[in-house]
Design a protein around this ligand. Structure first.
Ligand code: SF4
Ligand code: SF4
Length: 170
């Protein structure tokens, strides 16, 4: 149960997963934010106003998947590190997963990073495609990993310090 383990159930995840048709069209945000807490910076972070929390701040966010462009601007603004962007159209065999990262050192583009699932289990080594700083007053980075398409909904973290140079070894 989420409240005891911190790990969402399959039903929890189903409730925040964009429709298959939308995923097939390109990058889109997924808010794995399940607890009703007074929080809303994600709503102000989105230039498309695609994230809404209604009728009050205690509700969980709803993303308008049609309005979302998958830009990733909301990722580093979420204090719960709960927002991801998944691009299933990245290549024929890989999806791009954009996630928030707050540990040091930060991985670098061109390295391989050890991807973890929601329980912290290692899923393999995946190319770091892009690393974007949160800016002067935000130490959260947005890291983009190219992962096999079948792991697009599994890879949700990076092992701190789990970086290496070289070719993907899966
Ligand atoms: S990815 Fe971009 S467009 Fe989509 S919800 Fe986040 S900020 Fe808005
Ligand atoms: S900012 Fe993050 S934790 Fe807060 S409501 Fe939005 S998605 Fe949830």
């Amino acid at each position: 149960m989420l409240i005891e383990t911190g790990i969402p159930t399959a039903e929890d995840l189903q409730s925040v997963t964009p429709p298959a048709g939308r995923l097939a069209r390109g990058a889109v945000a997924i808010a794995e934010c399940f607890q009703k807490i007074p929080c809303n910076p994600c709503t102000r972070a989105c230039p498309r106003h695609a994230i809404r929390i209604e009728p009050d701040i205690n509700e969980t966010p709803q993303i308008d998947y049609e309005a979302c462009t998958g830009c990733g601007a909301c990722i580093a603004r979420c204090p719960g590190l709960a927002i991801f962007v998944v691009d299933m159209t990245y290549s024929d065999s890989e999806a791009l997963v954009m996630l928030a990262f707050e540990f040091l050192p930060v991985p670098e583009a061109g390295q391989l990073a050890c991807g973890l699932d929601r329980e912290g289990k290692e899923l393999g080594w995946f190319p770091v495609v892009r690393v974007v700083s949160g800016g002067k007053e935000n130490k959260t980075y947005t890291v983009s990993l190219a992962v096999p398409r079948e792991l697009a909904m599994e890879v949700r973290n990076i092992r701190a310090g789990g970086y290496q140079n070289g070719k993907q070894n899966g």
